[in-house]
Design a protein around this ligand. Structure first.
Ligand code: NAD
Length: 499
């Protein structure tokens, strides 16, 4: 019988009473790995009620004990890193190395969350007026919720609940319905790390279930990571319901190549960052912009990308895995065809690729276009597949203008040997993460991570250093602690001489 993915409500793993189940497919074989439920409305409300109840006690647990849960959790995730990576390989098709990285990047966030006591410290000033002190505390919000995408089933849920829970909130996770087995296992480990009943809940489903989280008055904050249309919807609906919302959305990341860059470094970095992980990364380099004579390297870049061979994760030779589902593959193939029709030069076409031994896999071979212009769909849309589009400009100023005119602003990179060019680029470019001679500039969690323009909806609170600000409120207290100031005002009565 097909495995049924359970819900996690009030500290119990329960089978949903729904009659709507979505198959979880291995994208290399179409084998049904499990079925994931679309939780009933009663189950959604039970999760919210339980999280609300658990908040009453969890917020009173000492900050050191909350930190210790994170320390134990980080240790458990490390022990189970291989196991979790194995689940990711099965349900998402990533290569083993990529899957290990997915888990590791999440572990780093949990380690960061273990520093919660210092991150939650407030501010104090004594004697703001005679005998009066002012100080602030950082307090949790209540029930928070997270809605996550398919492409990092370990890292992205771990961006959310460890920080939210370490701050003293309770949390409801709605993972992607396409790969729910990894978060399920991670939450089992969270329980093992000592997180009390009700602190974390897991519900499953799609829009209908998300809508409950977006509209329920007891949910105070929503974190979302996913595509642009859904991100916009989540942001609008969540804020309409007066919730705090941070929505990380799609991207179209540019990689700018100056003629003075190290050619081999450029070639090596473009290959991995464009077609690696089947292009299913929000930080993938999907547009390479060649400045001046650097366009002469295009044939060598094409040859290097052509050598990458997708395949099953069990084969060491596999450069990357399949697309997540047949619809995603069909959409990518449609965009490749449209690119050809619109006049771009398809110098490498992976449309027909099939990995040996896995005829049912959602394969797309490495693909590359040259002579792409900004009005073409392959430039305008996030392809989210192993497709590199390239364009040429005359100067660094032209490249900066091109990137800044793009509606997205997640990541960008410049390859150059010039300090002047690097400084100018980092200063003028309008983008969240900037790489100088680094292809995928994702910072560690003690820095801030957020997108600009159409890649992020919300205020500056985001994942990373600033997550504590998203998941807490600041309370500022101004206090006179004595009924009679004379009791403690022992010193000379200083008067200020204004002259
Ligand atoms: P998606 O938007 O289809 O789904 C994300 C989540 O939203 C899932 O949990 C899904 O069940 C839910 N959802 C889908 N449709 C919904 C609707 N109509 N109403 C409410 N909820 C809905 O995204 P995806 O395909 O899973 O992930 C890929 C996208 O995520 C890409 O666009 C990628 O760039 C983006 N992404 C962004 C970042 C970032 O940091 N900016 C990181 C990773 C992925």
């Amino acid at each position: 019988m097909t495995k049924k993915v359970p819900l996690y409500i009030n500290g119990e793993w329960v089978e949903s009473k729904t009659d709507q189940w979505i198959p979880v497919l291995n994208p290399a074989t179409q084998e049904v790995l499990a079925e994931v439920p679309c939780a009933t409305m009663d189950e959604m409300h039970a999760a919210i009620d339980s999280a609300k109840e658990a908040f009453k006690t969890w917020k009173e647990v000492s900050v050191s004990e909350r930190a210790r849960v994170m320390m134990r959790y980080a240790a458990l995730l490390k022990t189970h890193q291989e196991e979790l990576a194995g689940i990711i390989c099965e349900e998402l098709g990533k290569t083993h190395e990529d899957a290990m990285g997915d888990v590791w990047r999440g572990i780093e966030v949990v380690e960061h969350a273990a520093n919660i006591p210092s991150m939650m410290m407030g501010e104090t000033v004594e004697n703001v007026a005679r005998g009066i002190d002012t100080y602030s505390y950082t307090q949790p919000l209540g029930v928070c919720a997270g809605i996550t995408p398919f492409n990092f089933p370990a890292m992205i849920p771990l961006w959310m609940y460890p920080m939210a829970v370490a701050c003293g909130n309770t949390f409801i996770l709605k993972p992607s319905e396409q790969d729910p087995l990894t978060p399920t296992r991670m939450v089992e480990l969270f329980e093992e790390a000592g997180a009390p009943k009700g602190v974390l809940q897991v519900v499953h489903g799609t829009k209908e279930q998300v809508d409950v989280l977006l509209t329920h008055p007891d949910v105070k904050a929503i974190s979302f990571v996913g595509s642009v249309p859904v991100g916009q919807y989540i942001y609008k609906t969540g804020t309409d319901n007066l919730k705090r919302v941070q929505a990380f959305a799609g991207a179209k990341n540019h990689l700018v190549v100056m003629p003075d860059a190290n050619k081999q470094q450029v070639i090596n970095n473009i290959v991995g960052s464009s077609v690696g992980a089947a292009g299913q990364r929000c930080m993938a380099a999907s547009v390479a912009v060649f400045v001046g004579e650097s366009k002469a390297w295009l044939p060598e870049i094409r040859d290097a990308i052509a050598k990458v061979s997708p395949g099953h994760y069990s084969k060491e030779s596999s450069g990357y895995g399949p697309q997540i589902n047949p619809q995603a593959k069909a959409r990518i193939l449609g965009l490749i065809e449209q690119g050809k029709k619109e006049g771009a030069d398809c110098v490498l076409d992976g449309s027909e690729f099939m990995a040996e031994g896995y005829p049912k896999g959602n394969w797309v071979g490495p693909t590359m276009f040259t002579d792409v212009t900004v009005d073409m769909e392959i430039y305008k849309q996030e392809i989210f597949g192993p497709v590199l589009v390239t364009t040429n400009v005359d100067t660094l100023e032209d490249a900066i203008e091109l990137v800044n005119n793009n509606p997205y602003g997640n990541g960008v990179s410049l390859f150059t040997a010039s300090g002047f060019a690097g400084r100018k680029f980092q200063h003028e470019i309008e983008c969240g993460q900037v790489g100088i001679n680094i292809p995928i500039p994702v910072p560690l969690p003690f820095f801030s991570f957020t997108g600009w323009k159409g890649s992020f909806y919300g205020d500056t609170h985001a994942y990373g250093k600033q997550a504590v600000r998203f998941y807490t409120e600041t309370k500022t207290i101004t206090a006179r602690w004595f009924e009679d100031n004379a009791d403690h005002a022992q010193g000379p009565n200083m008067s200020i001489n204004l002259k």
